[in-house]
Design a protein around this ligand. Structure first.
Ligand code: IMP
Ligand code: MG
Length: 173
């Protein structure tokens, strides 16, 4: 049985987080242009909420990636869907749903830096720093959460629960 009745973060808290993050980003990129790259599928709601609060000219793009740890490597990145825009010389903001071990974003950052963006920053809605296996840090962090598996606001368990408009803790019993 999966129990998702415990609310960890309310929709009101998510709204506050969106206001805070967007004002930081609007301030930092004032007068510039931004390519926002949402990471599918988890960040689709966060990306759409965030970009509607941005005031500079914005191009919205998406990538779908996953990381896996091989037998001899510390991690590989699989790109299922790449960006549609060339980021060379552009300011790029990666928008992620949650950072857990940090493996995915560390590998993705390395790949995207090879394309020569003017700048590359990371914005995450949620962060679980206690699970980190590297020193990856988001440039913009929404809400720090404890080591719990969460769903809602785009985040899933086996594809389900993305449609909740708040964040729930998954309990299995
Ligand atoms: P990592 O930082 O490379 O370990 O992977 C982060 C990815 O794992 C996120 O983009 C999510 O897709 C997934 N993930 C990690 N923690 C959670 C969670 O609590 N709920 C839902 N997805 C999660
Ligand atoms: Mg993800």
């Amino acid at each position: 049985m999966i129990d998702t009745s415990e609310v960890l973060i309310s929709h009101e808290q998510i709204e506050e987080m969106l206001a805070r993050l967007s004002s930081q980003i609007n301030n930092d990129y004032k007068g510039g242009q931004l390519i926002v790259c949402g990471i599918l599928t988890g960040a689709f709601i966060f990306t759409s909420d965030l970009v509607r609060r941005l005031e500079m000219p914005v191009i919205v793009d998406f990538m779908q990636v996953s990381s896996y740890v091989g037998e001899v490597s510390s991690g590989n990145l699989k790109i299922k869907k790449d960006m549609s825009y060339d980021i060379k010389g552009k300011d790029v903001l990666i928008v992620e749903d949650i950072i857990d071990t940090g493996r995915t974003l560390e590998l993705l950052k390395k790949q995207l830096l090879k394309r020569g963006p003017a700048s590359l920053k990371i914005c995450t809605a949620f962060d679980k720093p206690s699970r980190r296996v590297n020193d990856l840090k988001p440039d913009y962090n929404g809400i720090t959460i404890p080591d719990e598996f969460i769903v809602g606001y785009g985040l899933d368990l086996d594809g389900e629960y993305r449609n909740f408009d708040d964040i729930r803790i998954v309990r299995k019993g």
